[in-house]
Design a protein around this ligand. Sequence first.
Ligand code: IMP
Ligand code: MG
Length: 181
Amino acid sequence: MRTSEPATKQPKILIPEVKLQARISELAQEIAHDYQGREIVAVCILKGSFIFFSDIIRRLDIPMSCEFLGVSSYANKMVSSGEVKVTLDLNEPLEGKHVIVFEDIVDSGLTLSYIMNLLRGRRPASIKSCSLLMKPEALKIEIDVDYLGFKIGKEFVVGYGIDYAGSHRGLPYIGFIDQEH
Ligand code: IMP
Ligand code: MG
């Protein structure tokens, strides 16, 4: 059997586990400091953010409830389709709540922008975004990310919850798939 397809190639390390975890601790401290005395609704954007989300919320020493929003913007492709499909909605209303949306990666910005507009419509008391990764050179719209882990280049990344065609989510680091054979 041939194993030269991108999904089966071993990714190279872009952000090692130690660096990832150190930055996540810093982000958690920043957020906990900003939200002192308030309770938050932490929204995990599925599927890509589930590992980032579970790591950061365990370091957030503030009262919170957790909600999950399923979103699909890629149909196994390496380029953004620009289409955003909600595959799983939240279980609780957001009205009057302090909401933080946790996303894995901002590429064109279309997905996060869509999500923020969707959730703003539910009249939260406040809403902020936190993304582990962002590709500033790939942005197609202006978007503010309130808490950002790392800026990266335009390379297609995998690991730590982020997939290519469903693979590589379980890697403990952020990797990239070398396109050269
Ligand atoms: P955007 O709408 O172009 O900003 O894309 C955001 C979504 O696309 C992210 O939540 C990811 O699910 C996916 N995505 C963007 N860049 C990558 C990547 O490099 N690897 C894997 N998924 C990505
Ligand atoms: Mg995502």
